[in-house]
Write a protein that binds this ligand. Structure first.
Ligand SMILES: NC(=O)c1ccc[n+]([C@@H]2O[C@H](COP(=O)([O-])OP(=O)(O)OC[C@H]3O[C@@H](n4cnc5c(N)ncnc54)[C@H](O)[C@@H]3O)[C@@H](O)[C@H]2O)c1
Length: 352
């Protein structure tokens, strides 16, 4: 039987959840609550029970609630829901910081409720391509990874540009990129250095760069830029025998790898149109092979099936409490680095 589910916050993401869940059997959305009457009316028009209050929503016989409100309400609503006996899927960022998350995880433990966060971008095609390429060793061991998203429209003029609502790009897109990287890299973060910029939205970060160093030596750049009219590649992964690049949202890209043909350093300098160079001159084409990216077809609705299985007592969460705490601790460190203008060390000392 499908798990009866209510959605709290029936805005953009709340209605997206409702539409996604229509396509699966494990969950069934039966009702929604929102503080805005027009969003409640929309929920009603779509055939869901429209709760007039949070209390009414939490008193109903749903087993699961999905919280899709602005970020500053995640903590209070998660705690209220679990104390009312509901399992919870919370939208990302799971909380505003690791302290809030600690409190909420204690409530999950005390109430024995399933609590998890919707890190749906683990199922994004570009990320799954990268994960598969690394796991299948299509390229060597990375020493440097760049993971970025570039847009040019600034940030939407809603709660996302209000600090106290949990606005800003680090908590918005940054949390996805960090969750992906921390899931991909099996090594603790040792150092974080970050720049947070408020280019047009003075209350929050509308652009940021964070450099992460891992204990295994890997260096990672995480970047969100909302004023890049010529986007840089979504992924750029360097290993000593090849590079993987994914250029855009359509996952166009390639793997370029050194083959068995030895190249010889030219004795003479190469004269490019930009100027002379030896070290950086293009590699002779006969020494490299170009490979297509792996073909993958992830379905982000698998996330809901996983949560449903765990509620029914089988399997374990794909997005675990430990993983969400790692992400929040790194986010805390990024904010701290930007505030102090310093590198933060021993970010995950507790992992060692
Ligand atoms: N996982 C993803 O890919 C993804 C994508 C977009 C948004 N999100 C997350 O979803 C959440 C909502 O974002 P959105 O884009 O849908 O915002 P939105 O502004 O479109 O919707 C938020 C809704 O919550 C309602 N609301 C506000 N406070 C409330 C409260 N106390 N109780 C009940 N309802 C309340 C608002 O009236 C609004 O309808 C955020 O946490 C955001 O980070 C996740």
């Amino acid at each position: 039987m499908s798990i009866k589910t209510a959605i709290i916050g029936f805005g953009g993401m709340g209605s997206f959840h409702a539409d996604q869940i229509k396509g699966i059997n494990s969950l069934k959305v039966t009702g929604a609550y929102d503080i805005k009457p027009e969003r409640l009316n929309l929920a009603k028009e779509k055939g869901y029970k429209a709760y007039q209050s949070l209390d009414e929503c939490l008193a109903d016989d749903t087993e699961l609630v999905i919280i899709a409100t602005p970020n500053n309400f995640h903590k209070e609503l998660s705690i209220r829901a679990m104390e009312a006996g509901k399992h919870v899927i919370c939208e990302k960022p799971v909380m505003m910081n690791s302290e809030e998350l600690k409190e909420v995880l204690e409530v999950a433990e005390r109430t024995n409720k399933v609590f998890t966060v919707h890190q749906n971008r683990r199922w994004d095609r570009d990320f799954v391509i990268v994960k598969e390429a690394l796991e299948k060793k299509l390229i060597g061991q990375p020493f440097y990874i760049e993971s970025r998203v570039h847009g040019s429209k600034g940030i939407p003029g809603d709660w996302r540009c209000v600090k106290e609502a949990g606005g800003g790009m680090l908590l918005d897109w940054g949390v996805h990129l960090l969750d992906q990287i921390l899931w991909l890299v099996d090594s603790p973060v040792t150092e974080v250095y970050a720049h947070l910029l408020s280019v047009k939205f003075k209350d929050v970060d509308d652009n940021f760069k964070a450099v992460l160093k891992f204990k295994n030596g890997l260096s990672v750049l995480i970047e969100v830029c909302t004023y890049s009219f010529v986007p840089l590649p979504r992924w750029h992964i360097c290993t000593d025998n090849g590079t993987l690049v994914i250029n855009d949202w359509d996952c166009n890209g390639k793997i370029v790898k050194a083959n068995q043909v030895e190249f010889k350093w030219e004795e003479s300098i190469v004269y490019t149109s930009a100027g002379p160079t030896k070290t950086m001159a293009p590699r002779p084409v006969e020494t490299i092979d170009e490979l297509p990216l792996p073909n993958v077809n992830p379905d982000c609705r698998d996330y809901y099936d996983n949560v449903a299985d765990v509620i029914r007592g089988s399997g374990s969460l794909i997005v675990t409490h430990k993983q969400m705490m790692r992400v929040m601790k790194v986010i805390d460190a990024i904010f701290e680095s930007a505030r102090l203008g310093e590198c933060i060390k021993d970010v995950e000392a507790y992992e060692n």
